[in-house]
Design a protein around this ligand. Structure first.
Ligand code: COA
Length: 332
């Protein structure tokens, strides 16, 4: 059983942040950022909350699929930057859309989230009580970035992508993994408030990762880079084997946009020219789980993928999580 991608949508906030904007307060340069990452611009949502980005992208996906929010049975939202600890971001999007017939839940797998969510959707769609799923990835990484760390803050961005998914036929293969061994290389820790009976700043001795004093994300770029360059091709290869498609026969790869050099290294190992790797990194930077869904929407709308194409969605990130889904693209 595979999945039909009945409609896609994306939303990028209007506020453009250029490399020159970082030069104004950090010891960095456009040349360094472009050379090391491929990024020129990213988008910040400013006052718009994460769920609102998700609502915008979802409305476009619903319109493209030609369906009403009331037709949705399930909403899966992927985010690491939910505005609320509860309710879930999926419930917030559901409320904004008025999708009253759906049940809604979040899938938290960092930058691999939308790939995990895609495979989750397929599993729910195997049973007849779920016929139409909205998968929406929305992220506001600007809200957790460390603006005193030139190594990491230049990477992250805000945005959302969505797709309406239904049960379909055609080949399908997934490779979904998490490896806690490298989790210390990328994390964001919520502050504890303490209680009237215990202080907030008390540290649990077994706590593996120490919160950043600024309340921002913590990243060891070199280690994440090493992990990503190995994990991305490994996941694509495994998903391709399971789908029965040779990696070098893929028509388009829709990857998480972490670093252009990571994507170039992976493309080489997979025997794919860069034209087959969707790139939004120069314009949007790293949108965490939304990157893959934004790529999907852009490729569908620009006709870069068409019915019958072999496509591969692939993500990797904190956890450490990584995964890929290879399938035959169909929109009906
Ligand atoms: N501007 C200028 N110089 C910078 C800089 C910046 N924004 N950030 C780091 N540097 C400096 C470093 O301080 C270092 O200087 P030094 O040699 O004097 O110590 C030098 O550039 C090289 O740093 P290094 O860490 O070796 O660079 P790199 O080639 O590994 O690139 C990253 C850094 C962060 C771009 C790269 O490691 C990366 O992309 N990692 C993956 C991160 C990621 O994808 N995270 C999200 C995963 S979902």
């Amino acid at each position: 059983m595979s999945v039909i991608i009945a409609g896609t949508g994306s939303y990028l906030p209007e506020h453009v942040i250029t490399n020159a904007d970082f030069e104004s307060f950090l010891d960095t340069s456009d040349e360094w950022i472009v050379g090391r990452t491929g990024m020129k611009e990213r988008r910040y949502s400013d006052v718009e909350p994460t769920w609102k980005l998700g609502e915008h992208a979802s409305r476009k996906a619903l319109e493209a699929a030609g369906i009403d929010p009331m037709d949705l049975d399930m909403i899966i939202c992927t985010t690491v930057t939910n505005d609320y600890a509860f309710p879930s971001c999926a419930c917030m999007v559901q409320g904004a859309l008025g999708a009253k017939n759906a049940f809604a839940l979040d899938c938290v797998a960092a930058c691999a989230g939308s790939v995990y969510g895609f495979d989750m959707a397929r599993r729910y769609l195997q049973f007849d009580d779920v016929k139409t799923v909205l998968l929406v990835a929305c992220e506001s990484l600007s809200q957790v970035a460390n603006f005193e760390d030139r190594n990491s803050c230049i990477l992250f961005s805000d945005g959302a992508g969505a797709a309406v998914l239904r049960k379909g036929d055609g080949y399908y293969g997934a490779s979904i993994h998490s490896d806690p061994d490298g989790a210390q290389h990328l994390y964001y820790k919520h502050p504890r408030r303490g209680t009237p009976f215990y202080p907030a700043d008390a540290v649990f001795e077994g706590e593996p990762f120490i919160a950043d004093p600024l309340g921002a994300l913590v990243m060891n770029g070199k280690e994440v880079y090493k992990f990503a360059t190995a994990a991305m091709p490994e996941a694509v290869e495994e998903a391709c084997v399971r789908a029965g498609v040779a990696p070098d026969k893929l028509d388009m790869v829709l990857p998480h946009q972490a670093n252009q050099r990571i994507l170039e290294t992976a493309a080489k190992r997979l025997g794919l020219p860069m034209e087959k790797i969707c790139l939004t990194i120069e314009r949007y930077g790293n949108n965490s789980s939304a990157s893959v869904m934004i790529c999907l929407d852009e490729c569908v709308r620009e006709g870069k993928i068409k019915t019958g194409d072999a496509i591969c969605l692939v993500g990797f990130g904190a956890g450490l999580t990584y995964g890929a889904v290879t399938l035959e693209y169909k929109d009906s």
